[in-house]
Design a protein around this ligand. Structure first.
Ligand SMILES: *Cc1c(COP(=O)(O)O)cnc(C)c1O
Length: 381
């Protein structure tokens, strides 16, 4: 009885604390009626009829589920074909599928790092990278955002035998891009391996959608993680690299070994999406025209734009109350944006996270800008 009361009390106090901070979050059912500037379907592939058809056909051919983990009997020919296509696309000898990006980052870091390892994170790395490092038992250090000099200083001071530098490619809440060249150079100089999570870059950046890692071989970026739920429009993730690395992860990543393989229909849909990414640059070009247009107009309205050339366009509002007020106001205009608050971003850095997609029309973007203009004017003194 007393134990159970203690538990109840624990939940109540955690809830009250979050409520007092106005950080208790709630879900809303997305009925599809709003203009969506919150999602990560940058190329519109989640709604491409060809990708949807490939998914249905995949379910018919291979089953609704894989039925087992990859190492038992769940590794199907469509998974194998997707891994080969991803390896070829990223210019790596091998790629290995995971069910989600979160699981990929947990698995890769847990399989590679241990108490003899030091992991060096950009301060703004995705939560899954921080959690993977914690799970591995490695010592974690965080360097200032995009600051290769600070990283150099930390690396020089480290006495751990194994050093691993980890960074998002495109930072998920800021939309800015890591300096892969500098990271690769500094890592080499200090005998560290470099891992880049290009969740928001793949499919979007570079002429052919190779992401911010395009042009960097596995010599420069030995460990490349990509996710499939963003520009590819489906779900899942992969790690790509040399054969020995991939075989090691296959053996030791617990989030790979002890879970059911991704549904084969998703792999079939992803194969189709990947073909579109490779052969139809027009979606990417349309997206980049949208980005340029939005930034130009937002600048004319003196909106507090971030320094981003990617589809992630944060508006840095600062206070949590202000961020919520703007998001609520926009929702009344039928526009959905992300209201991002601590602890997802540092204190005092609350923001609207606006994302653009090739699926938007110029008209959609004009409605968004109008809504933002109203928010700004209504709060003016
Ligand atoms: C979204 C994201 C992930 C997680 O990927 P999921 O497939 O959604 O689990 C990992 N890393 C980064 C940088 C992300 O933005």
């Amino acid at each position: 009885m007393q134990v159970s009361e203690a538990w109840q009390q624990r939940l109540v106090s955690a809830r009250e604390q979050r409520l007092a901070q106005k950080r208790w979050r709630s879900r809303r059912v997305n009925e599809g009626g709003m203009r969506d500037f919150a999602g990560n379907d940058y190329l519109g592939l989640a709604h491409d009829p060809r990708v949807q058809a490939a998914q249905s056909e995949g379910a018919r051919r291979f089953g609704a589920g894989a039925g087992a983990s990859h190492l038992v009997s769940g590794h199907l020919s469509v998974h194998e074909a997707l891994e080969e296509a991803l390896a070829e696309w990223t210019g790596r000898p091998r790629a290995l599928l995971f069910s989600t990006g979160y699981m990929a980052n947990l698995g890769v870091l847990q399989a590679l790092a241990d108490a003899q390892t030091a992991i060096f994170h950009d301060r703004l790395n995705h939560a899954s990278l921080l959690d993977g490092a914690t799970l591995s038992g490695a010592r974690s250090r965080r360097y200032h955002h995009r600051d290769a000099d600070d990283l150099t200083r930390l690396l020089a001071r480290s006495e751990r035998q194994y050093k691993l530098v980890v960074s998002d490619g495109v930072f998920s809440m800021d939309g800015d891009i890591a300096d892969i060249h500098a990271l690769a150079e500094v890592s080499h100089r200090h005998g560290a391996w470099l891992m880049i999570d290009d969740a928001h870059g793949l499919g979007v950046l570079g002429e052919k959608g190779h992401g911010c890692v395009g042009g960097f071989s596995s010599h420069d970026v030995p460990i490349l993680v990509g996710t499939l739920g963003k520009a590819l429009g489906t779900a899942g993730a992969f790690v790509a690299g040399d054969t020995a690395l991939i075989e090691h992860i296959t053996q030791f990543a617990r989030s790979y070994v002890y879970t059911t393989a991704q549904p084969p229909s998703i792999a079939a849909a992803t194969l189709k999406a990947l073909t579109i990414v490779q052969h139809e640059p027009e979606h990417r070009q349309r997206l980049h025209r949208h980005i340029a247009y939005f930034r130009k107009q937002a600048r004319a309205l003196a909106l507090p734009l971030g320094d981003s050339t990617t589809p992630i366009q944060p508006l840095l509002l600062g206070s949590e109350a202000r961020t919520l007020a703007w998001a609520t106001q926009l929702a009344q205009h039928g526009i959905s944006v992300g209201a991002i608050r601590p602890p997802t971003v540092p204190n005092g850095e609350a923001r609207l996270r606006i994302t653009l997609s090739a699926r938007h029309t110029r008209h959609d973007i004009d409605r968004l800008l109008e809504g933002l203009d109203v928010c700004q004017r209504e709060e003016a003194p």
